[in-house]
Design a protein around this ligand. Structure first.
Ligand code: SF4
Length: 368
């Protein structure tokens, strides 16, 4: 507790608030900073950090919630695989309620009788495969560089143990490619990025070199209030001095070189390919798929998949929310038809979703 308290010290928070205000006043223009990671979005809401910032510093949320960026087409593919005979479909809990086309979800399918099980790790899915040799066990591999290495090591273990009834439906994505797509989008004008703390533990700083090249600020930041405020202060320093780099605020967890061992695991098992992101569209090289060496564990190759023509939930602005173009408040369905108990889009489903964070911490009626 003592360790965490130092990152919540009210005196230091006031000092940083003043430092940010001082820099922002000197710049005298609107500064837009995007936090990429859903955990940052949650922390910003939880600690009321938006309200500590001067009017000309705006925080917008980006595509850092893996559940939210999964396309409706991939949700439909997961639904198809989960409905097959003899299949036990395993998934992290967050994906259960994400609606695909026509509002169907894994939760609905499970209620209709499909064998869909929530697991906390791909290792649990592998264990289920060992316990059920006459069934096909599919694991829904979702997440960024943080979860992909664990999935990779599980696939390696499945190959070593010659487990024939286990496969992975990989919708893994990589964050740096998404940031590059945001930088290329001329309709967005993001001045700086709060880079994701967890992903950076694996990738290190090199993964974000496109940001300073595009003359935008980048700081890899931790998740406590002081971390985030210091990250914002460091971003403003870069902008005010026009000296751009990928700085590390979260030094207690992130090494500049990241975690090469975890990256090697990913490289051993996965190959990059096109991936469809909700809101961002298809981004070249941003998906991770099982490579030729491990293709026997690729659910997309093991089971024939019909053509999927997906439809996003009508009226849902998740795609715009994930690019920071609108806030959840600007979605007409927010907190009315769309609530965490009955979500319309994925950004309201996941604990890391922007709409869920706004609903929990930043609904206008919270402040009235
Ligand atoms: S409030 Fe609901 S419908 Fe609107 S963008 Fe968010 S998830 Fe989609």
């Amino acid at each position: 507790m003592k360790c965490i308290d130092q990152y919540r010290n009210p005196d230091l928070i006031v000092g940083l608030k003043e430092g940010i205000a001082h820099l922002a006043e000197k710049m005298a223009r609107k500064i837009t900073i995007m936090e990429i990671c859903g955990t940052h979005t949650q922390a910003i809401g939880r600690w009321g950090l938006r309200r500590l910032l001067p009017e000309n510093v705006q925080l917008v949320s980006g595509p850092g919630c893996p559940v939210c960026v999964t396309s409706s087409a991939d949700v439909d593919r997961a639904l198809y695989l989960a409905s097959l005979d003899r299949v036990i479909f395993t998934t992290f809990g967050d994906m259960l309620r994400v609606p695909g086309s026509e509002g169907r979800s894994l939760q609905v399918l499970r209620a209709e009788g499909a064998d869909i099980r929530v697991v906390f790790s791909p290792v649990d899915a592998l264990r289920i495969a060992l316990d059920n040799p006459k069934r096909e066990v599919i694991f829904l591999g979702i997440g960024f560089e943080t979860t992909a290495p664990v999935v990779a090591s599980t696939v390696i273990k499945a190959k070593e143990k010659e487990i024939k009834n286990f496969s992975v439906f990989s919708v893994h994505k990589t964050i740096p490619k998404a940031i590059e797509a945001l930088l290329d989008d001329t309709a967005l004008s993001i001045d700086g990025f709060i880079c994701p703390g967890h992903v950076s533990v694996i990738t290190g700083v090199m993964a974000y070199e496109a940001i300073p090249k595009a003359k935008r600020a980048a700081v890899i930041t931790g998740f406590e209030p002081l971390d985030i405020l210091e990250g914002i202060w460091m971003i403003l320093k870069q902008i005010s001095s026009a000296r751009f780099e990928v700085a590390v605020q979260y030094e207690r967890a992130v090494r500049k070189t990241g975690n090469p061992k975890a990256r090697r695991l990913m490289e051993e098992v996965f190959a990059p390919g096109h991936a469809e992101w909700r809101g961002l569209g298809v981004i070249e090289g941003s998906g991770l798929y099982l490579n030729d060496l491990y293709m026997e564990f690729d659910a997309m190759k093991r089971f024939s998949m019909p053509l999927v023509e997906a439809v996003d939930p009508p009226g849902c602005l998740c795609g715009e929310v994930l690019k920071g173009k609108v806030t959840p408040h600007q979605c007409p369905l927010f907190a009315e038809i769309c609530q965490p108990q009955h979500p319309v889009g994925p950004c309201m489903v996941s604990g890391e979703g922007t709409c869920a964070a706004y609903f929990k911490y930043e609904r206008e009626d919270c402040f009235s």
